[in-house]
Design a binder for this molecule. Structure first.
Ligand SMILES: [Zn+2]
Ligand SMILES: [Zn+2]
Ligand SMILES: [Zn+2]
Length: 178
């Protein structure tokens, strides 16, 4: 089946709606609910991932194994465990991408980690260039994938063909000013 842009972005919105509703019902945080939701939807998700080739987030310590994203992410290869997705993202940015907040503040360039528009964690990193597929950024906390940034505030975005590259926050801001 051809996965056209319209279908996948409406599927994503449906997922967000389902997750928000479950969060309201259960009071659980986003990443917990999202994982539970995706485990239920696993067969569908796997088909979609296969179609788009998931990027590989390699362990920043052993640089071999693929990290397992969880509430406390871990590496099945070297046994490293991180306290949070944000902590792993910071280490990934520093070790794999050679970016850290100190040089970013001082010299500019690419922000080491970005805030995830889906889960709110400062855990989005660029994927190692050699492992890049359709997606170029990944959240180390909720595994959301991104392939572009908002042209106004540079928040990570999911771009589908024909979409305007501006995030919801900026869009609402623009609308409220006009
Ligand atoms: Zn490792
Ligand atoms: Zn996230
Ligand atoms: Zn924006």
């Amino acid at each position: 089946m051809v996965d056209n842009g319209r279908n996948s972005s409406s599927a994503r919105r449906a997922r967000q709606r389902a997750i928000r509703a479950e969060m309201a019902r259960t009071g659980d945080p986003y990443n917990v609910v999202a994982r539970r939701h995706d485990e239920r939807e696993e067969p569908r998700r796997e088909a979609k991932q296969a179609a788009r080739k998931m990027p590989i987030a390699r362990c920043p310590r052993c640089r071999q194994a693929e990290v397992h994203i969880d509430e406390q992410p871990s590496c099945p290869g070297c046994g490293a465990v991180w306290e949070s997705g944000a902590e792993l993202a910071g280490e990934y940015a520093e070790e794999i991408l050679g970016l850290n907040s100190y040089t970013w503040v001082k010299d500019g360039g690419e922000e080491p980690t970005a805030e995830c528009p889906d889960c709110g964690e400062q855990a989005v990193v660029s994927i190692q260039p050699g492992d890049t597929t359709f997606w170029t950024m990944m959240c180390m906390s909720c595994e959301s994938l991104f392939n572009d940034r908002c042209t106004r505030c540079s928040a990570p975005q999911h771009r589908e063909d024909g979409d305007l590259i501006i995030c919801t926050t900026c869009w609402n801001d623009v609308v409220s000013r006009s």
